[in-house]
Design a protein around this ligand. Structure first.
Ligand SMILES: CC(=O)SCCNC(=O)CCNC(=O)[C@H](O)C(C)(C)COP(=O)(O)OP(=O)(O)OC[C@H]1O[C@@H](n2cnc3c(N)ncnc32)[C@H](O)[C@@H]1OP(=O)(O)O
Ligand SMILES: O=C([O-])CC(=O)C(=O)O
Length: 467
């Protein structure tokens, strides 16, 4: 494609965002933008990948067991993602930093003590901690990009309130592909080398529009009145809380900052992150790719578990009453297992210890809601479930994951609609998936296409080998 055509596709989207931004911006004139910093970092990383492949590309990365083919590819080395890496015993690190470290290092809102997700996004993309000025500029940029096309608003307004909020979320995100800068640039013949630029614009638009989508779904489904406008002088999480109708509770706004930060990314292999990467590898634009991620996140073994946990706790309370004894709780846990169901919020495909995201939420609860009766039940369950799962002897990890704790925090502030919880998870997960899509396009990640085998083929391979 000619560079003129590229400029028209990419820069048109950028110019309109900047023009909108200029209406709001007052302080960010001199800070280096995220896109400028990325443009500096990408060439060196392309060389780094080239050198790594040249040196190690033909080396074996360990054996593949037949069990891994049948067993959900657990532990199979298959993907590259630098943004976050999971250690089975320690939990997630974002660009090498643990959750307590990012809580300490990332910029905060004035008067706040939780990290701003704006900073986490910068960290995921660049490996660097941004300045206060840079996160403020990002908040303003997102505010400037936040409005929804009217047809997307109409799609949401026409959804029956009985349609699950995650299905509505995925519909709206998919429909945003109507205005994708990447799809347009591709149609105009953009060069591969430039893919990351319209992907960046789409990723920024995607994240920016999520509070309006989430707020609209929430108010449509649960009847919360008219949506307020995005406030360009406030951070992303404040605006999200405001659109949901909870910004008058400063602790809820702080909770959103923590929540969006810690749910954002969990290395590359989890269902939502991997789905986004897979679909993006076909050069489907970020809206299509993230719509697919959301459909994976909506499954009860993945993000929907946060809804399932609260439903399970409430069912337990209605069966055995509030302030039940440890024995009654233990018996209820056993009855769940005996009914052939999983205990939601416990176990993990990779982690083998209590999830540090659970611990971060527990710390928040100890600080803000230590006397909440449901928090007390969550603690009681924490003391009982691992022992039961160990005794049952199947789960490889008996400890709680992130989803075991989020519902009690949300419900404490009055966000009681459990079916909505995974939407908040999805808002956060966009930060990780979007970062990955930008880097995949910058590094020229190829179409994903692993090999599948039939059971007959597996038998034949080993029969031939032993013959
Ligand atoms: C954000 C997130 O996605 S975090 C995960 C959220 N999901 C949940 O909390 C749902 C409850 N947990 C689970 O279902 C599982 O632990 C998963 C899906 C998270 C991980 O699955 P796997 O990697 O297959 O776990 P694992 O290897 O330990 O499973 C072995 C057996 O233990 C069972 N098991 C694992 N966790 C649990 C649990 N919490 N309750 C009951 N049984 C469990 C599995 O169902 C499996 O049974 P099977 O052999 O009859 O199929
Ligand atoms: O890592 C996983 O498989 C699931 C998980 O905790 C997440 O995606 O946040």
């Amino acid at each position: 494609m000619s560079s003129a055509a590229l400029r028209s596709a990419v820069q048109q989207s950028r110019r309109s965002a900047l023009a909108r931004s200029a209406r709001f911006a007052s302080t960010s004139a001199k800070a280096q933008t995220l896109k400028e910093r990325l443009a500096e970092l990408i060439p060196a990383e392309i060389e780094n990948v080239k050198a790594t492949r040249a040196e190690h590309g033909k080396k074996s990365f360990g054996p593949v067991l037949v069990d891994q083919l049948y067993g959900g590819m657990r532990g199979l080395p298959a993907l590259i993602w630098d943004g976050s890496v999971l250690d089975a015993d320690e939990g997630i690190r974002f660009r090498g930093k643990s959750i307590p470290e990012i809580q300490q290092a990332l910029p905060k809102a004035p008067g706040g003590s939780e990290p701003l997700p704006e900073g986490l996004f910068w960290l995921l993309l660049t490996g660097e901690i941004p300045t206060q000025e840079q996160v403020t500029a990002l908040s303003k940029d997102w505010a400037a990009r936040s409005s929804l096309p009217s047809f997307v608003e109409e799609i949401l307004d026409r959804c029956p309130p009985t349609l699950h909020p995650m299905s509505q979320f995925s519909l709206a995100v998919t429909a945003l592909n109507h205005d994708s800068a990447f799809a347009k640039a591709y149609q105009q013949g953009i060069s591969k080398k430039e893919y990351w630029q319209p992907t960046f614009e789409d990723a920024m638009d995607l994240i920016a529009k999520l509070p309006n989508i989430a707020g609209r779904i929430y108010r449509n489904v649960y009847g919360g009145g008219k949506l307020p406008a995005i406030d360009a002088d406030k951070d992303y999480s404040y605006n999200l809380a405001n659109l949901l109708g909870f910004a008058d509770k400063p602790d809820f706004v702080e909770l959103m900052r923590l929540y969006i930060t810690i749910h954002s990314d969990h290395e590359g292999g989890n269902v939502s992150a991997h789905t986004g990467k897979l679909v993006g590898s076909a050069l489907s634009d970020p809206f299509l790719a993230f719509g697919a991620s959301l459909n994976g996140l909506a499954g009860p073994l993945h993000g929907l578990a946060n809804q399932e946990v609260l439903i399970w706790l409430r069912k337990m309370q209605s069966k055995i009453g509030e302030n039940a004894s440890d024995d009654a709780v233990r018996e209820y846990v056993w009855s769940t297992l005996k009914a052939g169901q999983v205990v939601p919020g416990y176990g993990h495909a990779v982690l083998r210890k209590t999830d540090p995201r659970y611990m971060a939420q527990r710390e928040f609860a100890l600080k803000h809601l230590p006397e909440n009766p449901l928090f007390k039940l969550v603690n009681q369950v924490y003391n009982i479930v691992p022992g039961v799962l160990l005794e049952a002897g199947k789960a490889k990890n008996p400890w709680p994951n992130v989803d075991a704790h989020s519902g009690v925090l949300l419900t404490h502030y009055g966000l009681n609609q459990m079916n909505f919880y995974t939407v908040l998870f999805g808002v956060s997960r966009a930060f990780g998936v979007a970062s990955q899509l930008i880097w995949d396009r910058a590094l020229g990640a190829p179409l994903e296409r692993p090999k599948s085998y039939s059971t007959e083929a597996i038998k034949k391979i080993f029969k031939d080998k032993t013959a």
